[in-house]
Write a protein that binds this ligand. Structure first.
Ligand code: PLP
Length: 363
C-alpha cells in the first residue's frame, strides 16, 4: 500500500473512509443536529476549550480568512509573526482585506523568539491582534506557544493562531493559553479528508467580532454561532460527508486519548529525525524547535531532489513533499501526522535509504 506522507492530506483509517460513504441526511433535520453536536463537542475536547467551536466548510485557508475578517477592521494595525510560507500567506490575507500589517519575519527554519515578539508589540503599541503560526508546515518548525501566548496576553492583545497542521497532533491548550481564535483543517492531523476548517472563538474573540468591519458573509462567525446555538446547524449546506468522517475519527482519537496522541507524535518525530540523521542527511529546522508533525530535510550536493522523490513514489510507494517557494529544490518534507505509527516510520526511512543512492546521493 502507498505511504502518503505529505503534510496533508494524510491517510484515513478504513473506518473513516467507510463513513464517507454513508447516505446523505437532511442537514436541517434531527439526524444532523445530533451528529453536529457530537462532532462539535468532541472537537472542543481536542482544542481543550469550553468556548465556541465553529465547523466551516472550506479548506484551512478559508479558516484563516475567517479568523481575519471576523476580528479586524480595515486600517487596524496587526502583527504578523511569520516563519514561512503559511505565515506569509496569512499576512497577505489580512493585507488583502485592508489591515495595516506589521511584519515580523523569522528566518525560515527557525522559530519565533518570544522576546522579539514582545519587542515588536512594544514598538507598535497600536497593534490590535497578533497572528502566529503554531506549526509552520513549509519549514517543519513549531513555535513555543506557551511563551509566545504569555507575551501576547500580558500585552492585552488578541491572539489568533494558525494551528492547521498542529492541532490534534501537538498540544495547544486553547483556553489555558488564552488563544482567542485557533484554526485547524480536517486533512492534517485529524485522519479526515480535506473539506472543513475548525475554528475556536474566545470571549475576547467575540468582543473583537462586535467591532470588526471587514466584509464577510460566508465566513461570518455570528451566523455560524447563531445557527449552531439555536438549531445545531450550519448556516450553509455543510460538507456532510466530512462531518461523518469526523464523527468516526474523533471517536478513535478520544479513545486513544489526546495526551497519548501528543506523545505518539513526539516519539514519531524523534524517530524520523534520528533516522534521517543516521542516513547522513541534514535536518533543515532548528533542532530545538523541530516539528513533530513534519520533518524538513536538506537536499545535499549530488542528490537530485525531484528524481529522489519520484523514485520514492514510483518504486517504493512512499509519497513525500518537496519544498515550497524559495525552498523548492532545497528541502524535501516528510509528513508524519494523524494516522502513523513506528512501523510506518521504519517503512518510510527504509524507502528513503534505498532511493537515495539511486538518485545520486553518496554518503
Ligand atoms: C495546510 C496548511 C494551511 C493551508 O491549508 P489549506 O487546507 O491547504 O487551505 C495553512 N497553514 C498551515 C500551517 C498549513 O499546514
Amino acid at each position: 500500500m502507498t505511504q502518503l506522507r505529505v503534510p496533508g492530506p494524510t491517510p484515513c483509517p478504513p473506518e473513516v473512509l467507510k463513513a464517507m460513504g454513508w447516505q446523505m441526511v437532511n442537514h436541517r433535520g434531527p439526524e444532523f443536529h445530533e451528529l453536529l453536536t457530537e462532532v462539535t463537542e468532541n472537537l472542543k475536547k481536542v482544542f481543550q476549550t469550553k468556548s465556541d467551536l465553529l465547523l466551516l466548510t472550506g479548506s484551512g485557508t478559508g479558516g484563516l480568512e475567517a479568523a481575519v475578517v471576523n476580528t479586524m477592521s480595515p486600517g487596524d494595525k496587526v502583527l504578523s509573526v511569520s516563519m514561512g510560507v503559511f505565515g506569509d500567506r496569512w499576512a497577505t490575507i489580512a493585507k488583502t482585506f485592508g489591515a495595516d500589517v506589521v511584519n515580523l519575519k523569522v528566518e525560515w527554519g527557525k522559530a519565533a523568539d518570544p522576546d522579539t515578539v514582545k519587542k515588536a508589540i512594544n514598538d507598535n503599541p497600536a497593534v490590535k491582534a497578533v497572528m502566529v503560526t503554531h506549526n509552520e508546515t513549509s519549514t517543519g518548525v513549531t513555535n513555543d506557544m506557551k511563551a509566545i501566548s504569555k507575551v501576547v496576553k500580558d500585552a492585552g492583545k488578541l491572539l489568533i493562531v494558525d494551528s492547521i497542521s498542529g492541532m490534534g497532533s501537538l498540544p495547544l491548550a486553547v483556553d489555558e493559553l488564552g488563544v482567542d481564535v485557533a484554526v485547524s483543517g480536517s486533512q492534517k492531523g485529524w485522519m479526515v479528508p480535506p473539506g472543513m476548517a475548525m475554528v475556536s472563538v474566545s470571549t475576547a474573540g467575540w468582543k473583537a467580532r462586535e467591532t470588526a468591519k471587514m466584509p464577510n458573509f460566508y465566513w461570518d462567525f455570528v451566523r455560524a454561532k447563531k445557527n449552531y446555538d439555536e438549531k445545531k446547524e450550519n448556516p450553509w449546506t455543510p460538507a456532510i460527508s466530512i462531518v461523518y468522517a469526523f464523527k468516526v475519527a474523533l471517536q478513535m482519537m478520544l479513545k486513544e486519548g489526546i495526551d497519548n496522541i501528543f506523545e505518539r507524535h513526539a516519539r514519531i518525530g524523534n524517530l524520523t529525525r534520528e533516522g534521517i540523521k543516521k542516513l547522513g542527511l541534514p535536518l533543515f529546522a532548528d533542532p530545538a524547535h523541530a516539528s513533530n508533525t513534519v520533518t524538513s530535510v536538506g537536499i545535499p550536493e549530488g542528490l537530485d531532489g525531484k528524481k529522489f522523490r519520484q523514485i520514492c513514489r514510483e518504486k517504493y510507494k512512499v509519497v513525500l513533499a518537496g519544498g515550497q517557494q524559495t525552498l523548492d529544490g532545497k528541502i524535501f518534507r516528510i509528513g508524519h501526522l494523524g494516522l502513523i505509527n513506528e512501523k510506518d516510520v521504519k517503512e518510510i526511512l527504509s524507502a528513503i535509504e534505498k532511493a537515495l543512492p539511486e538518485a545520486g546521493f553518496k554518503k
